[in-house]
Write a protein that binds this ligand. Structure first.
Ligand SMILES: Nc1ncnc2c1ncn2[C@@H]1O[C@H](COP(=O)(O)OP(=O)(O)OP(=O)(O)O)[C@@H](O)[C@H]1O
Ligand SMILES: [Mg+2]
Length: 223
């Protein structure tokens, strides 16, 4: 179980996250919504061990983020808001490069299957020549090589077509349902949130998102 207890984050005098507490069980998909600048990416960065809370505690099962952040990284797959792939390498070369950085060895066919599961078929093409949606799929595929128990996705489907969105959505759902992974997922697309998420975290004072979410019947956690 992933657990946040009274997590607060300041940048100088700017309080971005204030007193955030919630738990997530294996197999759950949690949506994160809120207006631009609300602190969604900051929350994901804390959970990805890239940044540290100013106060409060984060833990996963018996691991405390304070003391076990290095070990935690093996269990986390993080897709940042900006795409992070090697543009000059092919899809295959990207997958092989990142596979070598992980502790879990994968055969080339296994790597190809991760891409195929999302309908990313352009195995030999240079990443630079892929469309935006395909690059996002590759970015997600890279994150899944080491089979992380916690997947943190920062707007993974922004700017991509409906078909690719559905493919990525189905794939994310499969990760939760079949492999019991914890998924935290930032999106501005309320249809997507409604279709994919079990519960929704709403960050920010503005009731705009809460009012929309209320109509979806989803359980909302507000901060
Ligand atoms: N490294 C940093 N140093 C200082 N301030 C930061 C830093 N990172 C984020 N912030 C500030 O924290 C606030 C929240 O930013 P964050 O990126 O988490 O928002 P967001 O909800 O992800 O927004 P968006 O929907 O635009 O992606 C903003 O006011 C931002 O300027
Ligand atoms: Mg953001």
């Amino acid at each position: 179980m992933l657990k946040l207890q009274s997590v607060t984050k300041h940048y100088a005098s700017n309080t971005v996250l204030s007193n955030i507490s919630f738990t997530v069980n294996p197999g759950e998909i949690i949506g994160i919504v809120g207006e631009n600048g609300a602190g969604k990416s900051t929350l994901l960065r804390l959970l990805a061990t890239i940044d540290k809370p100013t106060s409060g505690k984060i833990s996963w099962n018996d691991f405390s983020y304070d003391t076990k952040w290095k070990e935690m990284r093996k269990h986390i797959g993080y897709v940042p808001q900006e795409i992070a792939i090697w543009e000059d390498l092919t899809v295959e070369e990207n997958m092989r490069f990142f596979e070598r950085l992980t502790s879990r060895h994968k055969q080339i066919e296994e790597l190809r299957q991760i891409c195929l599961a999302m309908n990313l078929t352009k195995w030999q093409e240079t990443a630079r020549t892929l469309s935006g949606g395909m690059k996002r799929k590759l970015n997600l595929a890279i994150t899944l090589i080491h089979e992380p128990e916690i997947l943190l996705l920062d707007e993974p489907t922004v700017g991509i077509d409906l078909k690719s969105k559905k493919e990525i959505g189905a794939y994310i759902q499969k990760q939760a349902r079949d492999f019991n992974r914890i998924i935290l997922y930032i999106s501005h697309d309320m249809d997507e949130i409604q279709a994919l998420c079990d519960r929704v975290i709403c960050i920010g004072e503005d009731s705009f998102y809460q009012d929309i979410l209320q109509q979806t019947g989803k359980e909302i956690i507000s901060f």
